[in-house]
Design a protein around this ligand. Sequence first.
Ligand code: E4P
Length: 215
Amino acid sequence: MQIFLDTADCQEIQKHYSTGLIDGVTTNPSLILKSHRKPDDVYAELKAMGIPDISMEVVEHTVIDMLREAHRLVELFGECTTIKVPCTPDGLMVCNQLAKENIRVNVTLIFSQAQAILAAKAGAAYVSPFVGRVDDNSFGGLCLVKDIAKVFREHMVRTQVLAASLRGVRDVGRAFEYGADIVTMPTGVFEKMYKHILTDKGLELFSRDWEQVKH
Ligand code: E4P
């Protein structure tokens, strides 16, 4: 049951990584753009922080160029590198080759069980079903996680299900309940995982009572 942060905001990542509860980070071109930094600078800072697993997306247009970029990233950042490729014919060819070289690949933009099956066949370490974006299009994102996890379990597939594009805390629990191995989320969702109104109320009451008994 691993928790990844889905952001390229290094300050936020550092804050939450220090809790000891974070296992990795996923980035994508939009998140890197939002950080106003160069991708390599973000990855270098995350590596220096000690993040053990960082998904770095390659967006080149040919298999050769994607492979070249993947190898460059692995060369630069080493063991913490997970190469993220889209679930396209080219992306899966790249995945297949990198898997043979024992390089971790996260196949992203997964919207169907069929895509997840192909990614697993291509040797992906992770498949990333986009729960929130499926929901945005009026079909069940969490059901997709469940369907993929079920078929992987039944066929003893080693590829892990990384539930992505999560919009809220409830999705996190459900994704794990439905068989996700890893859940990636924005820092705002991670922060909300701690929160419960009854915890706040209970704490307030205990603190008040403690004031009267502590001396
Ligand atoms: C996954 O790795 C993606 O970075 C991410 O979860 C996409 O989420 P979004 O749909 O909120 O952009």
